[in-house]
Design a protein around this ligand. Sequence first.
Ligand SMILES: C[S@@+](CC[C@H](N)C(=O)[O-])C[C@H]1O[C@@H](n2cnc3c(N)ncnc32)[C@H](O)[C@@H]1O
Length: 217
Amino acid sequence: MSEATQDAVTAYWSARAPQFDGVASHVAQRETWREVLAAAFEAEGPQDVVDLGTGTGACALIAASLGHRVRGYDGSDGMLAVARAAAQAMNLDITFEATVIDEAAIEPASADIVTLRNVLWTLERPMDALLQAHRILRPGGLVVVSDGLWSVAPQYRSTYDPTLAARLPLHDGLTEVLMRQMLTDAGFGKALSWQHLFAAPPYPGDVPMFVVTARRP
Ligand SMILES: C[S@@+](CC[C@H](N)C(=O)[O-])C[C@H]1O[C@@H](n2cnc3c(N)ncnc32)[C@H](O)[C@@H]1O
């Protein structure tokens, strides 16, 4: 990302951080998200999990509560402050680090699972985040991506300045079809879908959303 774009995105999330969990699906429906992610991880025993763009720790907290060893990375100190407080309140041991995804100093092939939830839409170069996920996964490791077509429901749109939004190729959101193509282009194997495990749509407003996994060959 260009520095100006990243600074604007990060400032937006730091400003939203104190209120973010109040409206978030992963808090209102934490148990459901936990069941879906537990199934999608297909894990036997504790795994090394990296949550990129962790925000207030949606995936990181769930992964740690499932017994995995978790590291979470985000550009916004404000979002991470909320994540750290939540981890402490839940007595979960998670390493959080303030860094943008492209610059995260994560050992190559050091993760079994990488999660990216509702992050790709707000990146200037979303493919770079998938390539970073590919780089830090061990062979056979799993990327878990969840996102949605946010443009269908006004309540889910960011209030980014239009000039900032125009610099983000997926600002309208993503379809599962596009996600699957991006995963293939990034070098991942066959994709599996998991959103059918939600008994009711997790985002009111009929936002088409997906939870898709694919493995690094
Ligand atoms: C919509 S929030 C999603 C947070 C979390 N993954 C979730 O599911 O609730 C988007 C997050 O992406 C972070 N973010 C945006 N660009 C980033 C980048 N280049 N590197 C790391 N984090 C970034 C923001 O700071 C924000 O916390």
